[in-house]
Design a binder for this molecule. Structure first.
Ligand code: NDP
Length: 295
């Protein structure tokens, strides 16, 4: 059997960012508007610091304005809420992202709910969660949105396909399932209490893995020819003491069975930031009552 096609998220996201850059320059030249993304980081979590730096770089690269707010670990919750209120009111800011996880003394849900839903480019505010569930225009969480773009690029129309989403988090699994329902897939959401997960996964034309367990989904769980989107990012230690990133799917096995699969790294990961920029552009256009480009 031939090996699965490798779905290249690095390449797709680079093209998406190029398209976004064109729209940003058009907004600036025609309407004197520059989309602005504010990122709030509380504390010194090393992974979060890397993500935030990358977001800043990618934002400025395409001509948007990046507003970075780095606060110490012990910042009181009130101060974070006051900062968000200021960003909500700031006309130069069109997107607000609070980097998660927040330190334990801060109520994450309260912070999410303080963000103006129109500027909620992460799509975590209950208003956007509800709008997505109702199938109406919403700010959609970036990782599932990027995953859907890769799926549609590879498969075209998804209607009627059987999709299994493994994982039911608010950030990935649940919004992914909502997006696939909207595309008229028949969707099953599996989780840690699902009985005979292998059997459930084997029914799927589309498998989205968002579990956070290295290489848990095996090749012989897959229906031959299926499309696999591996959202997982897990750092594992090798016998020689070095580390490498792996997904939630055993790639070496899956590539022998699936029709197409996203690699880790280089699959869904780069799509997440590109979709954050896409959401910021969309929010900017809506806030300025300008036509929203079809990106
Ligand atoms: P969570 O830990 O919030 O959710 C994991 C989900 O997997 C839960 O619903 C859990 O079930 C389910 N699960 C755990 N163990 C099993 C099991 N043995 N069998 C079946 N289901 C199981 O993770 P996230 O959704 O935030 O992230 C998932 C993965 O995606 C992680 O590897 C993360 O690093 C990665 N990620 C990647 C992003 C990217 O940009 N590419 C962005 C965000 C996340 P239950 O609800 O029953 O506990």
């Amino acid at each position: 059997m031939t090996e699965a096609k490798r779905i290249d998220g690095t390449d797709f996201s680079a093209k998406l960012r190029e398209t976004l850059a064109l729209h940003v320059s058009e907004l600036r030249d025609r309407h004197r508007v520059i989309p602005g993304l504010a990122v709030v980081l509380v504390g010194k979590d090393p992974a979060s610091q890397v993500y935030v730096r990358t977001k800043h770089k990618r934002t400025t690269e395409i001509g948007m304005t990046s507003f970075m707010h780095t606060l110490p670990d012990d910042t009181p919750e009130d101060e974070v809420l006051t900062l968000i209120a200021g960003l909500n009111a700031d006309p130069a800011v069109h997107g607000i992202l609070v980097q998660l996880p927040l330190p334990k003394h801060i109520d994450t849900q309260k912070v999410i709910e303080a963000i103006d839903p129109a500027k909620d480019v992460d799509g975590f505010h209950p208003v956007n969660v509800g709008r997505l569930a109702a199938g109406i225009d919403a700010m959609v969480p970036c990782t599932p949105l990027g995953s859907l773009m890769l799926l549609k690029d590879h498969l075209g129309k998804l209607g009627g396909l059987d999709a299994v989403v493994v994982g039911r988090s608010n950030i990935v699994g649940k919004p992914m399932a909502q997006l696939l329902i909207k595309e008229s897939c028949t969707v099953t959401v599996a989780h840690s209490q699902t009985r005979d997960l292998a059997d459930v996964v084997r029914r799927a034309d589309i498998v989205v893995a968002a579990v956070g367990r290295p290489e848990m989904i095996r090749g012989d769980w897959l229906k031959p020819g299926c499309t696999v989107i591996d959202v997982g990012i897990n750092r594992v230690e090798l016998p020689d003491g070095t580390t490498r990133l792996v997904g939630d799917v055993n790639y070496a096995e899956a590539v022998q069975v699936a029709g197409a699969i996203t690699p880790v790294p280089g699959g869904v990961g780069p799509m997440t930031i590109a979709c954050l920029l896409r959401n910021t552009l969309v929010a900017c256009c809506r806030l300025h009552h300008l036509p929203v480009p079809n990106v």
